[in-house]
Design a protein around this ligand. Structure first.
Ligand code: ZN
Length: 71
């Protein structure tokens, strides 16, 4: 079973914020300094050549990418 929550470190003040798993992809606010937290994704998302660059370039955390092509 998953813990149903994740930790996002605030990029402004460094406070660890606990984020419920069902808030995936939504932007919350830091509980300490009220800065906007980046949206985080924990499950795979399918990208296309049109969405890939903007997503990866703006994503604040590490990204694991699997490339494939239809046969
Ligand atoms: Zn903060």
């Amino acid at each position: 079973m998953s813990s149903a929550s994740h930790i996002i470190t605030c990029p402004a003040c460094g406070t660890a914020n606990r984020i419920p798993a069902d808030k995936e992809g939504l932007r919350g606010r830091c509980g300490s300094c009220k800065s906007m937290l980046p949206a985080m994704y924990y499950r795979p998302r399918q990208m296309t050549d049109r969405t890939f660059d903007s997503f990866v370039n703006s994503y604040p955390g590490p990204v694991l990418i699997e490339f494939w092509a239809p046969t």
